[in-house]
Design a protein around this ligand. Structure first.
Ligand code: GDP
Ligand code: MG
Length: 446
């Protein structure tokens, strides 16, 4: 266990003016700070109303103090909360008084970091605290709450114990037999590995959805000039965000809009039409369009249905990053008298009349594998997805060893690596730099 000898303090409420503002203190000197500031130590977990004084005994403010002796506190240490009037100057004076009494300013996320280090929560829960604070929708709040309640950790721990059992099994075999597995054990191990792979796949899909809900998807609208990209953006966000004209090359800057698709945050990007151009401004617009495409999760390739696909579209498709999903939409459906015969896997829409837009929205959800049911999800991060993928690779490698070499030692090693990798998610095994990275993204006072 880590020992934090510093007592830390910070303003826990948002900066600015408010009815109430809170200064939070955590660490071994919290009780001393309470006595100095309040004249006495409040009874544990009971509100004490009174004046707040600075180190010289001068009254700064009055309000309610709460004292939570460790380990039954947020951080696991002794915690003091001073709830005063929420003015920035009052709060600064109060914080200043705490610092004068021997506290140090807390770093961003340090309270939650201490909660983690004192085993009050694991890493997914600590991250869920930040996600809850940053949540941009009710669905995101619910999924962060679920992670905070340990929903994600429980699933990870289940797989971790399955891995432990399997490792015990394999390593026992390593002790008793020669270098190769006997057939009976092999069947059992094979079965267990397959079931592990299944569990990992299920959890990965849940985490992917959770991450999608947290981060949203980057959707780039691309195509040649005048196909109706900006009109489509406007239609999707239901307002005149982008300038639409009949002049090809109207859009030059990259335009960003946000949209919630049944709870799924979409970051829409409208771009300059892709074509050869001698105009340096347009060229820069096109360069930026390609830069956006490189970063996209999904591209909407807009084609003018009255003209169909030509050399330009071929050229665009050639340049699209491999493996980037693309939805092709034929726009200006209102101008068509009949549908082209060779266009079965494209969507027909009219940005002008709105026809086909609801189908497009469904196609977007399907392409992003968003099931539209945020209930039951927990928030997850790329870090988690990455760890899950590497865990799967190790389990898969163990499986391959089982089939190809049947070398117990190699199987055991892959399973050990799998367990270590999966443990990164909850923080059972984690490097200090990883912790620093996670907690520094928090706000001060949390
Ligand atoms: N008839 C029809 N015209 C459209 C439609 N969508 C866009 N346009 C027109 O096509 C022209 C180019 O549209 P714009 O959205 O600026 O295309 P962009 O260059 O791809 O962004 C404008 O004159 C639009 O009014 C549509 O669905 N039907
Ligand atoms: Mg445009």
């Amino acid at each position: 266990m880590h020992r934090n000898l510093d007592t830390i303090a910070a303003i826990a409420t948002a900066p600015g003016r408010g009815g109430v503002g809170i200064v939070r203190v955590s660490g071994p000197h919290a009780a001393e700070v309470a006595r100095c500031c309040l004249g006495r130590l409040p009874s544990p977990r009971q509100a004490l109303y009174g004046p707040f004084m600075d180190a010289q005994g001068e009254v700064i403010d009055d309000g309610i103090a709460l004292y939570f002796p460790g380990p039954h506190s947020y951080t696991g240490e002794d915690v003091l909360e001073l709830q005063g009037h929420g003015g920035p100057v009052v709060m600064d004076l109060l914080l200043g008084a705490c610092l004068a009494m021997g506290c140090r300013m807390a770093r961003a996320g340090e309270f939650t970091e201490r909660a983690f280090l004192n085993d009050r929560m694991d890493l997914t829960q600590a991250e869920a605290v930040a996600d809850l604070i940053d949540a941009g929708s009710a669905a995101a709040v619910r999924s962060a709450r679920r992670s905070l309640d340990g929903g994600f950790s429980r699933q990870v721990n289940l797989i971790l114990s399955a891995l432990t059992e399997l490792r015990v099994f394999v390593e026992a075999d390593l002790d008793f037999s020669e270098e190769e597995l006997d057939l009976l054990a092999e069947g059992d191990i094979q079965y267990r590995i397959e079931s592990l792979l299944d569990q990992l796949a299920t959890l990965t899909e849940q985490a992917r959805q959770g991450n999608l809900l947290r981060e949203g998807a980057h959707l780039v609208i691309a195509g040649r000039p005048n196909a109706g990209k900006s009109s489509l953006l406007n239609r999707l966000v239901d307002r005149e965000a982008a300038i639409v004209t009949a002049v090809p090359g109207t859009t030059r800057d990259v335009l960003r809009e946000h949209l919630s698709l049944d709870g799924l945050p979409l970051h829409l990007v409208d771009t300059a039409g892709l074509r050869q151009s001698d105009d340096p401004v347009e060229q820069e617009g096109i360069r930026r369009a390609w830069a956006e495409i490189e970063r996209a999760d999904l591209v909407l390739l807009v084609v003018d249905a009255t003209q169909g696909e030509g050399e330009e579209e071929k050229e665009i498709r050639r340049r699209l990053p491999p493996r980037l999903p693309v939805i092709t939409v034929y726009n200006k459906l209102d101008q068509l008298t009949q549908l082209p015969a060779d266009a079965s896997d494209v969507l027909f829409i009219s940005a002008r009349t709105g026809e086909g837009i609801s189908t497009l929205r469904e196609a977007l959800k399907a392409q992003l594998h968003y099931n539209g049911h945020p209930e039951g999800l927990f928030t997850a991060r790329r870090r988690h997805l990455d760890a899950l993928a590497r865990t799967r690779d190790h389990v898969q490698a163990a499986n391959d060893q089982l089939i190809i070499t049947r070398a117990t030692e190699l199987i055991a090693e892959e399973l050990r690596l799998a367990q270590e990798t999966l443990g990164e998610i909850t923080g059972r095994v984690s490097a200090d730099d990883l912790l620093g990275e996670i907690f520094s993204a928090f706000c001060i006072g949390k």
